[in-house]
Structure formats: structure tokens, C-alpha cells
Write a protein that binds this ligand. Structure first.
Ligand SMILES: Cc1cc2nc3c(=O)[nH]c(=O)nc-3n(C[C@H](O)[C@H](O)[C@H](O)COP(=O)(O)OP(=O)(O)OC[C@H]3O[C@@H](n4cnc5c(N)ncnc54)[C@H](O)[C@@H]3O)c2cc1C
Length: 394
């Protein structure tokens, strides 16, 4: 547990300037920013840090396509570039590796028309994938740029190699952030305590151990944030979001960890450090058991092994499933609640949380305390936008 040092509040676990509900990747980064700003913070998780969707195995950091540029794509580009520095800082402070590497991405092009589209994107990347003195590329190649990785026949019309994509080991990053926070001056952590109710206007969170008082609350409880927000929002016609189950697996394989992430039709193959390769993911709106794995994962593994022949005999060391938070309008859901301004949402990262969480969390913390300049969020990312979408009559 981090040390208590909050001059504006009495010491103890029952009050904080900032209460963060949920210690997944979103809540952890929010706590890091709060620490850096010197905000007295209490981070509370119902279980242990990273026990939710953030405790998975995949860790692909995938950019959007470089065409039809938008403020949303620009936000993601800046986040993906900044993440490298943010992680390096946490690693330097803690001495722990987050398993981050900008290993790039390979996309096989099985049909000629896909090559035509990809060639257009080559120029789009030259125009758009540049930030902070860095430039990234989307190359169209006839053959894979590396040997003994992707099956060369998978790309009958070539391959895309992008140099912006990266990967991180989710559990290693969670562990590094948690270690940073355990040594923090302004952040305290309580694990194993669920927030059962929130009254943001009175600044009270209820738990089985009594009340926690707060000035501001960041709600980063993953998919569990949605029903909590639904309950305090008037005139909704639909829920603000839903959980989407995903299954993934970790294999032990003698593979160069610098190999690019492979992506084909929702299948990811991610080489990690230490002789591990992750394969994912299913996307299931309906499920009986949120944490079980089944034949859908077997099918993914079969596809992965045919795409990457060197995985043929690789042992599966873990099968894993989790629930992604998908907001009603698909984009992340961040920002102050229009009816309860001291409550700030920080969820909805769906399939791309790991590449964005540090920037979204900074935006949430800055907004919570009106620290200027506020970090710009694309309109579709705001809680206000999601509420507007969920309030439309269907
Ligand atoms: C199979 C799979 C593969 C994925 N692959 C990728 C990928 O390659 N790249 C990528 O960027 N993303 C990926 N994702 C998505 C990513 O994992 C999630 O979007 C992300 O982890 C969500 O983080 P979060 O902090 O919002 O939620 P979570 O990690 O779920 O954290 C929420 C936390 O809140 C706590 N909590 C809940 N309710 C309460 C309460 N009432 N009181 C206190 N605490 C509470 C929970 O215990 C939990 O620790 C994948 C997800 C899955 C399932």
C-alpha cells in the first residue's frame, strides 16, 4: 500500500481528494498522473490490481488505418508515440520491464484489390503518421520482411509492414505501474474492497467497510462502470455500454521477440519476450461464462498455427478470457458526467485500451481538477457524447 500524504484531508482510508474506482490499466494510469500532480488519491479495487480485462496476455498496440484522417486518429497516433516515453519513465523508476517494443505489424494481403487499397495507404501514412519529430511508415511488400515467421503464401498479393504498431506485456505493465504506485507519496491503494454505491453530488462512496468521502471520483471499473453510470443518468433509452468477452492464449515458442505483430481478420499473433507468443482474440457479445475458454479459442489457435508454421508444435501454457468494456458508441468513454460534474468516467477502451489509457487517464485527471491546459478529447470519446447516443429513442 502506498504512503498516505494528503495535506488537504485527514489521514486514513476514508477520504481522499480523488477516489479512483478500479485498478485496471485505466485506473492505474489515472493514479500515476494524480501522483505526478500531487493530488491526494485513493485507488480502490474490488479484487487485486489488474484482475479484470487488463490482466490478459495479448498486448497488441495497433494504430488505426492511416487514411481518412480525423481527430480520433490523431489522438491515437499521439498516444502511441507518447506511450514509449511514459513506459520508459515507469520502468526507470521501478526497475521493472513492461515488455514494451515497437515491433511493427505485418498484414497479409490475400487478394489483389487489397494490395491496391494498401498502396493508397502507403501515401496516407507518409502524410499522416508523423508526430513529435517521428515518422512511421506503411510499406507494401511482395514478400515478408523477416524469415521463419509468417507463412509467405498467406500474402498472395503481398504484405503490409507498418512501423508504428507496438506491443506490451499487459501483466508486466500492470505490475510496473502498481510498483510505481506502491512507492508513491500521494496515492494509497486498497485492494479487495468493492465500491457498492456512489453519490457523487455528496462526495460519498459506500463499501461494506463504511463510507469513503471524496471531492472527485474517477470511475475506471471497466465494464462494471456502465451499470453504475446508467443508474445515475436520467432519460437513457439504452445502456451506456456492455461487456464483450474475449479469449486468448499464451504459447511457449522459440521465437525472436522482435518479430512484428501479425494481424489478419481479427487474429493477432504477438511475439513477446522470454520465448512467449500470444494469440487472440475472440469477440463475443453473448456468453454464459465470462471467464471460460472453449472451441472458439481452439479455432484461433489452428488459424495461428497455419499462419505461423513455427508455432506448429508450440505448447499452450495458458488459456485466458476476459471482458472488454465496450461503450455504446464504441469509442472510449471519458470525462465529467453532465449531471454530476465531480464524477469523471474513464472506461470504454474496448480493444485498444493499452495504447490510449495513459492519455485518456491524463485527460480525466486534468478535467477532474480543471488543470489547464485541459487535454483535448475527440468529441466521440466524451461521456457526454455517449449519453446523447444512449438517450436517443430507438
Ligand atoms: C482477450 C482479450 C484481448 C485483448 N487484447 C487487447 C490488445 O491486444 N490490446 C489492447 O489495447 N487491448 C486489448 N484488450 C482490451 C483491454 O484488455 C481492455 O480494454 C482493458 O484492459 C480495459 O481496462 P479497464 O481498466 O477499463 O478495465 P479492467 O481491466 O477490467 O479493470 C477494471 C477494474 O475495476 C475493478 N472494479 C470493478 N468494479 C468495481 C467496484 N465496484 N469497486 C471497485 N473496483 C471495481 C475490477 O476489479 C478491475 O480490476 C483485450 C481484451 C481481451 C478480453
Amino acid at each position: 500500500m502506498g504512503k498516505a500524504d494528503n495535506p488537504a484531508r485527514p489521514a486514513g482510508q476514508s477520504s481522499a481528494d480523488l477516489l479512483i474506482v478500479g485498478g485496471g490499466i485505466m485506473g492505474l494510469w489515472a493514479a500515476v498522473h494524480a501522483e505526478q500532480l500531487g493530488v491526494g488519491t485513493l485507488l480502490v479495487d474490488a479484487g487485486y490490481l489488474g484482475q479484470g480485462a487488463s490482466g490478459g496476455v495479448l498486448g497488441a498496440l495497433m494504430p488505426h488505418m492511416p487514411d481518412r484522417w480525423s481527430d480520433k486518429k490523431q489522438f491515437q497516433l499521439e498516444a502511441l508515440v507518447a506511450l514509449e516515453t511514459e513506459i520508459a519513465r515507469i520502468e526507470a523508476e521501478t526497475g521493472l520491464s513492461a515488455g514494451y517494443r515497437r515491433s511493427g505489424r505485418l498484414i497479409p494481403l490475400p487478394k489483389p484489390h487489397l494490395r491496391t487499397i494498401a498502396l493508397r495507404h502507403e501515401q496516407d501514412a507518409v502524410n499522416n503518421w508523423r508526430h513529435d519529430g517521428r515518422e512511421f511508415r506503411w510499406h507494401v511488400l511482395d514478400a515478408p520482411p523477416v524469415d521463419d515467421w509468417i507463412d509467405p503464401t498467406a500474402g498472395a498479393s503481398g504484405f503490409v509492414q507498418d512501423t508504428l504498431a507496438a506491443r506490451v506485456a499487459p501483466r508486466s505493465l500492470v505490475a510496473a505501474l502498481a510498483a510505481f504506485l506502491r512507492g508513491a507519496r500521494h496515492v494509497r491503494i486498497i485492494e479487495g474492497l468493492a465500491i457498492d454505491g456512489l453519490d457523487p453530488d455528496r462526495g460519498i462512496a459506500s463499501t461494506r467497510q463504511g463510507e469513503i468521502r471524496f471531492d472527485r471520483c474517477i470511475l475506471s471499473a471497466g465494464h462494471r462502470s456502465f451499470p453504475m453510470l446508467d443508474g445515475m443518468t436520467t432519460a437513457l433509452q439504452s445502456p451506456l455500454g456492455q461487456p464483450v468477452k474475449g479469449q486468448a492464449a499464451l504459447l511457449k515458442a522459440d521465437v525472436d521477440p522482435g518479430m512484428p505483430v501479425i494481424f489478419r481478420d481479427g487474429l493477432y499473433v504477438v511475439a513477446h519476450e522470454g520465448g512467449h507468443v500470444a494469440v487472440g482474440s475472440t469477440s463475443e457479445d453473448r456468453f454464459d461464462d465470462p471467464l471460460s475458454t472453449d472451441e472458439r479459442l481452439d479455432d484461433l489457435l489452428t488459424s495461428a498455427r497455419s499462419l505461423v508454421p513455427s508455432l506448429g508444435g508450440a505448447e499452450v501454457v495458458e488459456r485466458w478470457a476476459g471482458l472488454r468494456p465496450k461503450a455504446i458508441d464504441r469509442d472510449p468513454m471519458v470525462g465529467a458526467h453532465p449531471e454530476h460534474p465531480s464524477l469523471i468516467a474513464l472506461t470504454g477502451g474496448f480493444k485498444v485500451s493499452f495504447g490510449l489509457a495513459h492519455q485518456l487517464a491524463a485527460a480525466a485527471v486534468y478535467e477532474a481538477f480543471r488543470i489547464l491546459p485541459l487535454i483535448y478529447l475527440p468529441e466521440t470519446f466524451t461521456l457526454k457524447n455517449h449519453i446523447a447516443v444512449a438517450s436517443r429513442k430507438t
